[in-house]
Write a protein that binds this ligand. Structure first.
Ligand SMILES: Cc1cc2nc3c(=O)[nH]c(=O)nc-3n(C[C@H](O)[C@H](O)[C@H](O)COP(=O)(O)OP(=O)(O)OC[C@H]3O[C@@H](n4cnc5c(N)ncnc54)[C@H](O)[C@@H]3O)c2cc1C
Length: 424
């Protein structure tokens, strides 16, 4: 009889993990407190980015976040409160925001990113039409000399680490994006990056797994884990108890509170972001882009354009901050000045919250995910903390976990992603 695996959390990480375990012949059940359609994995920007080899915790980020904290429309901010977990996370984040950590993180992020990009090519390419999978690369666009200089250094670092990056001037960028005017000083082009519609990708994967016999338990909030000696003996929901051979916790930002119940410490904070979609009469933008001065992501899914942005640590997750949305729109129009006419709405329009989606990225304090087994248990695994890279890294995360659970040596060294690296 096949061994069973229970996966807690049906976001992109849980679903991709289910995919590879199912492929290896495990009997997989996956639990979500919602209906598998309401997580951070649905409304994100859909960018698959081996270009992102620099972790969120990089030099200067903390000071930028503090500086921007007081600007209503700023794209990145820390919201301080007297929350012990938040303060200790910020302290760890600060400790890792240095050049030495960046140097340490780059090869680890690169290797898992490149594996994931290859897996997308295998898994998503045959579903290209159904999932809007495109391999046109990614632009990092800038308008100021300061940001240009910083980005050129990052491009050099990427090239030195085997990730191709091309520095372009304004004219070269415009030539590659001929159907709308761009107001830029230039850009870095990363040809190895890709794009997928995250909601359609989730829909495709879930339908594929359901047809293949994976059990999906919607509206099952997991409230506890029963322990017997060094094993998780059962997963407990508000409705039932499930006995499985292995357990994977991929519950996004809620992983911390669930695992705290069994004294496992996984420090995560939510990095809140927004997105919204606009329909254009024809395709105007061909290459996905990050507009660096405003940290806005632009994802063209055919005629549909998704615009996203902001990274707020410690923010209220239940409200839409109108000022942040205004900031995103203002920056978008600053880079694509002719699209305001086509899109119609102005940055200060009142009814935007109705079309705005928000999501909570599960952010680790060192910008690296948590992937691996919890040492004090023989059968408990964690897969979370991917921050702004969850969609990008999901296939590799699932693939590597399936190798670990199957007792194989993983294709990528997982040492840097050890879930217990912050234990003292
Ligand atoms: C605006 C924005 C843009 C982004 N753009 C990109 C991008 O372009 N590229 C990229 O790589 N990443 C991007 N991200 C990040 C990416 O979306 C996340 O890293 C990723 O979705 C995290 O996936 P996850 O499966 O870990 O968590 P989630 O998607 O949050 O899924 C966790 C699931 O666990 C469930 N759950 C929680 N607790 C329990 C419990 N106790 N019992 C049962 N179920 C539970 C939740 O209901 C949820 O469905 C973006 C994020 C945002 C907000």
């Amino acid at each position: 009889m096949a061994e069973t695996v229970g996966i807690i959390g049906g976001g992109i990480i849980g679903v991709c993990t289910a995919y590879f375990l199912h492929q290896q012949g495990y009997e997989v059940c996956i639990f979500d407190e919602h209906r598998f359609d309401n997580s951070c994995s649905w409304g994100n920007a859909g960018m698959i980015v081996p270009s992102h080899v620099i972790p969120l915790s990089a030099p200067g980020v903390i000071w930028q976040g503090l500086k921007w904290m007081f600007r209503a429309e700023s794209p990145f901010a820390f919201h301080f409160s007297f929350n012990k977990e938040l303060l200790s996370w910020i302290k760890l984040f600060h400790q890792h925001s240095n050049a030495q950590h960046v140097r340490y993180a780059i090869p680890h992020l690169r290797d898992i990113s490149l594996l994931s990009r290859r897996l997308y090519q295998q898994l998503a390419l045959p579903q290209q039409a159904q999932t809007n999978f495109e391999t046109k690369g990614l632009f990092m666009l800038f308008q100021t000399p300061k940001v240009r200089d910083e980005e050129i250094k990052i491009a050099q670092l990427a090239n030195a680490n085997g990730i191709r990056a091309e520095v372009l001037d304004a004219e070269e960028v415009q030539l590659m994006e001929p159907d709308t005017r761009l107001r830029v000083l230039g850009g870095i082009y990363y040809p190895g990056d890709a794009l997928i519609h995250p909601g359609k990708w989730m829909q495709f994967l879930i339908a594929y797994l359901q047809n293949g016999g994976v059990s999906f338990y919607a509206s099952h909030k997991i409230t506890d884990l029963h322990i017997q000696q060094k094993r998780i003996q059962a997963i407990v929901s508000e409705k039932e108890i499930f006995h499985v051979d292995h357990v994977v916790v991929a519950a996004g930002v809620q992983t911390t509170s669930l695992l705290k119940k069994i004294q496992v410490n996984i420090p995560l904070q939510a990095g809140k972001g927004y997105s919204f979609d606009v329909q254009l009469p024809s395709r105007k933008i061909h290459i996905p882009a990050l507009l660096l001065e405003g940290r806005v992501a632009v994802s063209p899914f055919g005629n549909l354009l998704r615009i996203s942005g902001t990274m707020e640590i410690g923010a209220n997750l239940h409200t839409i901050n109108q000022a942040k949305i205004h900031g995103i729109i203002k920056h978008f129009y600053a880079f694509y000045p002719d699209l305001q006419r086509e899109i119609g709405f102005t940055p200060d329009q009142k009814h935007l919250p109705e079309i705005v989606w928000s999501g909570a990225r599960p952010c680790s304090p060192d910008g690296l995910p948590f992937i691996g087994r919890i040492k004090s248990f023989d059968n408990l695994y964690v897969a979370t903390g991917h921050g702004m890279l969850g969609l990008s890294l999901a296939p590799a995360t699932g693939f590597l976990l399936a190798q670990l659970i199957g007792g194989k040596s993983p294709d990528v060294n997982l040492q840097a992603f050890d879930p217990q690296r912050f234990d003292t």
